[in-house]
Design a protein around this ligand. Structure first.
Ligand SMILES: Cc1ncc(COP(=O)(O)O)c(C=O)c1O
Length: 401
């Protein structure tokens, strides 16, 4: 029996894998020591667990365990990387390059740094969701200290050419940071092959617990340093103080180990399901995939259904399918997603988008149900939509948006 609602919001968060939960359980009650307690076996056991998790987390991205700084998640990692580099490299310069469609954890941190004297270039992206590398290179100045470009976008799943981007940064002696939150554990990420100096990611996107993540900070060629944003006991090589969340970190480690082992098979399975869903929904008239389909995460599809409001669509099936629309309802009037606007979508398409994020526990039966439900709902809403009627009568629709 199909369990409703079908969960297709795996880019927002994922459920904990039961294997992760099982691994974490003893660390709540039996192995509860403080990993910094050096004088007794409770502390040693916790420290040993952290050491193993650090290896597992590092292995997922081809890093050395010493290069992993545990954080509370990707938001903290983004803040620590940007603010920490800005402070550390103030003597060299104050210029940061990023893109207009980064996660808010990057964009809002950049805005904050601008108030403190940073100069930030927000590169535009093309209709595929990709930045122009010539523009990127042209933006680099002697004052540039950091290029911060995400590995894969959380709304459209588009994967950036990170190796080419980092090569440009390196050629110009600039550090390369990437928010790898949506890519890690889903597609192979290797900080050495990809030329990344700082990378941030989060356990809850890869079937681990919420509230734990990591910042990768390169130790060799070049040796990168960030100024701590949280002062205290000097944990995590002085870059992030605070008693380690041993239970969470153990779960994060296990989640990384499973993802590394199962990524290839899972990616193949999910891309087949995603392609099935996408092909079926594109049968609907005036439906469009947003962003590049050539360079994309295997489990994501962002589709606009013109002349239907994404929010109305979601209301239509909110008891049966859980997903995200391209509008962020932060106020009475829902704003269309800045990512989709960044791709150049008009309000008509930006307002009518849905993000389908498949995951480890998505079944084919759920995808079949989703195809049927979304198709029926789009058709039903269009039947009562005056805009759709006008469009079908051949009216010039540009004046309505
Ligand atoms: C690309 C990206 N960066 C950062 C974050 C924030 O992650 P966290 O919830 O771990 O703070 C997310 C999650 O929404 C994300 O998708």
């Amino acid at each position: 029996m199909l369990k409703l609602p079908v969960y297709l919001d795996n880019n927002a968060t994922t459920p904990c894998d039961p294997r992760v939960v099982e691994t974490m359980l003893p660390y709540f009650t039996e192995i509860f020591g403080n990993a910094s307690s050096r004088n007794h076996s409770y502390g040693w056991a916790a420290e040993a667990a952290i050491d193993l998790a650090r290896e597992q987390v590092a292995a997922l991205i081809g890093a050395d365990p010493k290069e992993i700084i545990f954080t509370s998640g990707a938001t903290e990692g983004d803040n620590l990387a940007l603010k920490g580099v800005f402070e550390m490299y103030a003597d060299k310069g104050n210029h940061i390059i990023t893109t207009e469609i980064e996660h808010k954890a990057i964009l809002d941190t950049c805005k904050h740094l601008e108030k403190l004297g940073a100069s930030v270039t927000y590169l535009k992206v093309n209709s595929e969701g990709l930045p122009d590398l010539k523009e990127l290179e042209a933006a680099i100045t002697p004052k540039t200290i950091l290029v911060a470009i995400m590995y894969a976008n959380n709304e459209i799943g588009v994967i950036n050419p990170i190796r080419e981007i980092s090569a440009l940064a390196k050629k110009n002696g600039v550090l390369m940071m990437s928010d790898i939150t949506q890519a890690a554990g889903k597609v192979p990420v290797d900080v050495n092959r990809d030329g990344i100096d700082l990378a941030t990611f989060s356990a809850h996107k890869i079937y681990g617990p919420k509230g734990v993540g990591a910042l990768y900070v390169r130790r060799k060629s070049p040796r990168v340093k960030v100024i701590a944003q949280m002062d205290g006991g000097g944990h995590e090589r002085g870059m992030r103080s605070g008693t380690l969340n041993v239970t969470g970190i153990v779960g994060f480690g296990k989640a990384c180990e499973i993802s590394l082992r199962e990524m290839e098979a899972e990616g193949k399975r999910l891309s087949i399901l995603r392609n099935k869903l996408e092909a079926a929904l594109l049968q609907l008239e005036e439906s469009y995939v947003n962003g590049s389909t050539a360079s994309r995460l295997p489990h994501v599809s962002n589709i606009s259904f013109k002349y239907v409001e994404g929010d109305a669509l979601m209301m239509g099936f909110n008891k049966s399918i859980a997903l995200s629309s391209g509008s962020a309802c932060t106020s009475a009037s829902p704003e269309p997603s800045y990512v989709l606007k960044g791709l150049g979508l008009g309000d008509d398409l930006a307002h009518s988008s849905l993000r389908f994020g498949l995951g480890r526990f998505t079944t084919e039966e759920e995808i079949d149900y989703t195809i049927q439900t979304v198709t029926d709902t789009v058709n039903k809403l269009r039947e009562i939509s005056p805009l759709w009627e006008m469009f079908k009568e051949g009216a010039d629709m540009t004046e309505y948006y």
